[in-house]
Each structure stands twice: as structure tokens, then as C-alpha cells.
Design a protein around this ligand. Structure first.
Ligand SMILES: Nc1ncnc2c1ncn2[C@@H]1O[C@H](COP(=O)(O)OP(=O)(O)OP(=O)(O)O)[C@@H](O)[C@H]1O
Length: 286
């Protein structure tokens, strides 16, 4: 059972505090959605987990051991991120072959199946593939590596909708067939929310929340009805967002649908809506 712990982690770059007192505990068998606005610190945090860099303070441990500069643990974390292959003259097959040589658990049969699924011709020069096709190659190596902790940082960027759907399906299948920790960092929240077991939101270098998705979504509700009825119902509640269309009003509130009448409609809120409103700042409205 893999257990990733991040304890009191800080990271300073050129005297700027990029990550601030991060504490997280991630467990086997779950898909984590890592969300945050541009520049929040997601990639920086993931690069610490992948031992691409060292924290300024605090500790990242996997099953109690520090992976940074620990050769024996080099295969435990797979970090897939957007990569520009445009200068590469090797074929897809050669690039994957080179990659797999350093990954003892790489599943080449599965990798070939994934390439077919993404409609990538492995005999093609990788630098001549489109951006979305290059992204698919990254997704393939991430899925086929067989690491204890697999991180996908915005890997679907550039993929078309069918390719993204195929990727999501394979991520779910990876969770079902292999224990491990999967972390998906994405801005396409509305498309990927159904994949997440837990959601972690980073804001300005700090963890804003870490919760399982059902608990998180149960904290809010959308209330729709006449302007007067909705106003009366949500008067003492925290209203995250509000829309009025003619005589109808719809408020997104923190709270539950505790009401017997039939003049109000209650619907669940979506992760994307919640994410937008909890990471909103006053200057966004200036
Ligand atoms: N090498 C660096 N030198 C200076 N600042 C850096 C460096 N790398 C990252 N930063 C800063 O750290 C902060 C977090 O960057 P990071 O790339 O982790 O954000 P992110 O959440 O992944 O953003 P995005 O969603 O836009 O990819 C940003 O303010 C960025 O400017």
C-alpha cells in the first residue's frame, strides 16, 4: 500500500515563497484531482513529488522514505507533463523504446495498444506529430509505466475530444486494475470531475482544501425559483454565485436542500462552479 506524505513543505525560488506549508496525505487506489488557478503552484508541487527538485523545508515521503536523490526509489513516481518533441528526429517507437529501457515495469503490449487507441503511427518521427498527437504519446508512456504514483500534469492539452475521452477511460481502467496513486492536474475541471475520488485545491502556493469529492459537493446546492422566494430562502446563507433571468433567480449556496415546499428547485452544484467561486478574489470584480 503506497502512502505519499507531504509534511510542512515550503519551497522558495529566488527568495519568493512559491509553496507555503503544504501538508497532504495521499493513499493507494485513489484518483486525486489537483486544481488551482494559473500560477497557483501545481506543477511546482508535482515536481517535488517527482523528486525533480528539493523542498526548501519540510518532507516528501513515500511509505516513510525520502525519494529525493534515492536511486532505489527512482521508479516509484511517474511524472507525465506537456513536452515539446518538435526538435526530435526519432520515431515514436524509438522514443518509447529508449524510455522503457529505464522503466522496469513498462508494459510494451499495453503501450502498443494505447498507441493504436490514440491512432498514433509508431513508425512516424515524433517531431513531425501534431501537438495533440505528441500529448497522446506522453499519456501512453504515463499509463504504461506501471509506477506506484502516476502524475499527469495537463497531459490532455492539445488532444481532441475523442482522444481525451479515451485517455479518461484508460485512467479509470488503470485505477481498477492496478493499485497506486494517480494525480491528475487539470484546467478542464468540468470534463474530468467524474474521475476524481479526492479533490485538492491549491491557491497562491497553499492548500485551500483537500476533500473527497462527494463530501465537497454535498456542501453546496443550487436553489432556483422566483426572485422573492430564492431571496427569502438564501437570506442567511453564504451565496457563492447568483443569476437572475427575468422573474427567476438561481443562487449557488453553501448549505443543504432542507426544505419541504414545492416552489423551489434544488440541484447539485458542479465541481467547476465550486472551484471558480472558491478561488475567486476581490480584484476579479474590480
Ligand atoms: N523557475 C522559476 N523561477 C521563478 N519562479 C517560478 C519558477 N517556476 C515557477 N515559478 C513561479 O511559481 C509559481 C507557481 O508556478 P507553477 O508552474 O507551479 O503554477 P501552476 O499552478 O502549475 O500554473 P499553471 O496552471 O499556469 O500551469 C508561479 O508564480 C511561477 O511564476
Amino acid at each position: 500500500m503506497t502512502h505519499l506524505k507531504i509534511e510542512n513543505v515550503n519551497l522558495d525560488i529566488k527568495r519568493n515563497s512559491i509553496l507555503k506549508d503544504i501538508n497532504l496525505s495521499l493513499e493507494d487506489g485513489k484518483i486525486y484531482g489537483l486544481l488551482g488557478r494559473n500560477g497557483a503552484g501545481k506543477t511546482t508541487l508535482l515536481s517535488l513529488i517527482a523528486s525533480f527538485r528539493e523542498s526548501s523545508a519540510g518532507a516528501v515521503t513515500i511509505d516513510g522514505k525520502v525519494p529525493f536523490e534515492n536511486d532505489e526509489m527512482a521508479d516509484e513516481v511517474q511524472f507525465s507533463y506537456e513536452y515539446d518533441y518538435s526538435e526530435f528526429t526519432e520515431t515514436v517507437e524509438e522514443i518509447i523504446g529508449d524510455y522503457a529501457r529505464y522503466k522496469p515495469n513498462y508494459d510494451m503490449d499495453y503501450s502498443d495498444k494505447l498507441l493504436k487507441g490514440f491512432r498514433i503511427d509508431k513508425k512516424k518521427v515524433i517531431g513531425e506529430l501534431s501537438k495533440g498527437q505528441q500529448a497522446a504519446v506522453n499519456a501512453v508512456t504515463g499509463l504504461a509505466t506501471g509506477a506506484e504514483i502516476t502524475i499527469f500534469d495537463e497531459v490532455t492539452s492539445g488532444m481532441d475530444a475523442p482522444a481525451r475521452e479515451y485517455f479518461y477511460k484508460e485512467v479509470l481502467s488503470m485505477k481498477e486494475h492496478k493499485a497506486g496513486i494517480i494525480i491528475l492536474s487539470t484546467h478542464i475541471v468540468s470534463e474530468m470531475d467524474y474521475l476524481f475520488d479526492d479533490v485538492i485545491i491549491i491557491d497562491q502556493g497553499a492548500v485551500l482544501l483537500h476533500e473527497d469529492i462527494d463530501t465537497l459537493l454535498s456542501k453546496g446546492v443550487r436553489v432556483t425559483g422566483s426572485v422573492e422566494r430564492v431571496n427569502a430562502f438564501t437570506k442567511n446563507m453564504t451565496v457563492l454565485a447568483s443569476e437572475t433571468l427575468g422573474p427567476t433567480r438561481s443562487d449557488m449556496v453553501l448549505g443543504t436542500a432542507d426544505y419541504d415546499g414545492d416552489d423551489l428547485e434544488f440541484s447539485p452544484i458542479k465541481l467547476q462552479e465550486l472551484f471558480i467561486h472558491i478561488t475567486e478574489r476581490e480584484e476579479d470584480h474590480e
